[in-house]
Design a binder for this molecule. Structure first.
Ligand SMILES: Cc1ncc(COP(=O)(O)O)c(C=O)c1O
Length: 349
């Protein structure tokens, strides 16, 4: 009998799929593989860190029965934490960007979370303005001034918790190594906290230092700032090149990746729409960004014949209320919108 006792047993061991038709339709001469993280019980890679951060805190005694678990998240970590907190019997409180898709608010509430949008936190708007819309700075301010001031709260702190990169070192990396029998040339992942790329990359490079690790960040038109607040973001993905050192999350190890590739939101959308039609997989925005980057990398002459593993973080189901799969909004339109907004900012400054 294979009966699982709790959703905690269903986290990880996600499948690796060859994207035959996407590869062919893009005219690529590589072996392009996708680690489908939406096979996790709550449909994203963040189930891994949610479980790891909670169980590490239980082991170390930082989390006691009756405590409330709390964090700041753009969505997937919150969904993972909400589900695992529910399955283990802890209350969960999440502080979230107002722009996060409607589905995420609903899912977290359905899983019993107390959801607090940033706009309802007193003083938060001032911090966002002072930090130029920077997520890491905002999360730190929230942690110090709001989250940890409440009694009996365990703050999971995904942006600095070592259990975050560690779980990718212990699970995501070894899974890729075993699934490919060690035959992997390039690994590509998007960066939010940096946990995925740092942990997975470190493990794989220890097995074979020749493996190239590529980290994906948003391009200049997909990074909101004080002057271009409405820039269309790639959910969950944050800039890490050209930022102040104090704004780099502690969970991102900058020595692990060999290269950073910037992708714009419309390019991520295009790739996500294409792979849905070519291979029948419904992925989220950051996964689209990773696929776009993979296609660029695959076109380089030196990469012909190589095996590329893409880590696709979540499911497209979380974005049905956004423009991601809204075919009434063309990629050209998304691109023009982003360029016009960005150029208007440049003209004004
Ligand atoms: C949709 C999505 N993709 C990618 C990432 C990046 O993963 P990591 O935080 O491990 O860098 C995140 C998390 O922030 C995410 O929510």
């Amino acid at each position: 009998m294979t009966i699982h006792n709790a959703i905690t047993e269903l986290v990880g061991n996600t499948p690796l799929l060859r994207l035959n038709r996407f590869t062919q339709q893009s005219g690529l001469q590589v072996d392009l593989l996708a680690k489908l993280e939406y096979f996790n019980p709550n449909h994203s890679i963040k189930d891994r860190i949610a479980l790891a951060m909670i169980e590490e805190a239980e082991r170390s005694g930082k989390l006691q029965p009756g405590d409330t678990i709390a964090d700041t998240t753009s969505g997937n970590t919150g969904i993972g934490l909400a589900a695992i907190a529910a399955a283990k019997g802890y209350p969960f409180r999440v502080y979230m960007h107002d722009k996060v898709s409607e589905e995420r608010f609903k899912i977290m509430k359905a899983l019993g979370a107390e959801v607090i949008p940033f706009s309802e936190v007193e003083g938060f708007a001032v911090i966002m303005e002072e930090s130029d819309g920077d997520f890491v700075a905002a999360a730190r301010w929230l942690a110090e001034n709001v989250i940890t001031r409440e009694p009996d709260v365990f703050h999971t702190a995904q942006l600095e918790n070592p259990a975050n990169p560690a779980i990718h070192y212990h699970t995501t990396g070894p899974e890729i190594w075993q699934q490919t029998d060690g035959q992997v040339d390039i690994v590509i992942a998007a960066v939010g906290t940096g946990g995925t790329v740092s942990g997975t990359g470190r493990y794989l490079k220890q097995q074979n230092p020749a493996i190239r690790v590529i980290a994906v960040e948003p391009g200049p038109f997909s990074i909101p700032d004080a002057e271009n607040e409405d820039a269309k973001e790639i959910t969950g993905v944050h800039a890490f090149s050209n930022i102040l050192p104090e704004r780099v999350p502690l969970t991102l190890d900058r020595s692990v990746y060999d290269e950073a590739i910037a992708v714009e939101a419309w390019q991520a959308t295009a790739a996500a729409r294409e792979v849905a039609l070519s291979d029948g997989i419904l992925i989220g925005e950051s996964a689209g960004a990773v696929l776009h980057a993979a296609r660029e990398v695959a076109k380089r002459p030196e990469n012909q014949g190589k095996r590329i593993v893409t880590i696709l973080a979540d499911s497209g189901l979380n974005y049905l209320s956004t423009s991601l799969f809204d075919h009434n909004i063309s990629i050209g339109q998304l691109q023009v919108d982003a360029l016009v907004k960005g150029s208007a900012v440049r003209r004004a400054s």
